[in-house]
Write a protein that binds this ligand. Structure first.
Ligand SMILES: Nc1ncnc2c1ncn2[C@@H]1O[C@H](COP(=O)(O)OP(=O)(O)OP(=O)(O)O)[C@@H](O)[C@H]1O
Length: 274
């Protein structure tokens, strides 16, 4: 971890020749009633340094399963998760998670404490951890709730704290599992814009699970579409530069993703946030 790096400073990790992340022919299953049930049959895709890759697919298509394997929380049955050219079988501070649930913060710590605690655990001194936590909380517009507790915040504010906490440890990748899924449409739109901005500024790579076609197109550079039982990568759709619904190509990308999900029998009314 480079605790001196600020968000205003271009990330100085020297990009290796290969991608930041390679998910290479990964298959993953679960034990159910004593037998192995495959969940993901074959997943292969890459994430470049600073790239935003979205995982889109129907319910049960293995999006969260793949994210957990990338985070080092699930061991693939076969295939490899390779980060910066090396196998990454264990969790590490180079990959930070943000979940959908609003209760991912420590309820007994203040907002400042929630963000500074992981920094102390990973080696920062008290003053350095505080400084960095304040910096990222300010970036997420939370300067006036530093001494509040999680239960005093709205769902959107709690998700902002979770994002600040994840980014403050200076990860190479942010792994996000439907982080805005439980928010109302207005809060979701605002946080999507804020996330796009902060991800660009910090140059962190994003692997983001979503059910929403629009969210995938607006936030992503590429969309990995999953489908089938057990699941596999159906197609990888380039959506880079489509960061507004009026961008040329937005409607076509949306159409393509709709068609792919419809082939999976996905209930599109439930899947698309207009
Ligand atoms: N802990 C578990 N034990 C057994 N089976 C599991 C477990 N977690 C997930 N599964 C199964 O693995 C498959 C993929 O689940 P996963 O949660 O990864 O899909 P998903 O695409 O993220 O779904 P959703 O969009 O509904 O969150 C599903 O069939 C699910 O039932």
């Amino acid at each position: 971890m480079t605790s001196a790096t600020t968000v205003a400073t271009p990330r100085d990790d020297p990009p290796s020749d290969g991608p930041l992340l390679l998910v290479d022919q990964v298959a993953i299953g679960y034990q159910r009633q004593g037998r192995h049930v495959p969940a993901v049959e074959e997943a292969t895709f890459e994430v470049a340094y600073g790239e935003k890759v979205m995982l889109l697919g129907p319910s049960g298509s293995g999006k969260s399963t793949i994210l957990k394997a990338v985070g080092g929380f699930l061991r693939p049955t076969s295939g490899r998760v390779v980060l910066r050219g090396r196998d990454a079988p264990e969790p590490g501070p180079d990959r930070a998670f943000v979940f959908q649930e609003f209760d991912q913060l420590f309820p007994w710590r203040t907002i400042l404490g929630n963000v500074s605690h992981p920094l102390k655990v990973t080696g920062s001194d008290r003053a350095g951890a505080r400084r960095r936590a304040v910096e990222f909380l300010e970036l997420m517009g939370l300067h006036d709730v530093l001494d509040s507790y999680p239960h005093q915040l709205s769902g959107g504010m709690k998700q902002r704290v979770a994002i600040a906490r994840a980014l403050a440890i200076d990860p190479l990748m942010l792994l996000m599992d439907e982080p805005f899924g439980a928010l109302d449409a207005q809060a979701r739109g605002r946080l999507q814009r804020e996330l796009a901005d902060i991800v660009t500024r910090t140059r962190v790579a994003l692997l983001f699970v979503t059910h929403s076609i629009d969210e995938a197109v607006l936030l992503g550079d590429r969309v990995v579409v999953l489908g089938g039982r057990p699941s596999r990568v159906r197609e990888i759709v380039d959506v880079s530069g489509l960061d507004g619904s009026d961008a040329p190509g937005f409607a076509e990308a949306r159409q393509r993703l709709r068609a792919l999900l419809a082939e999976e029998g996905e209930d599109l009314d439930g899947a698309v946030f207009e």
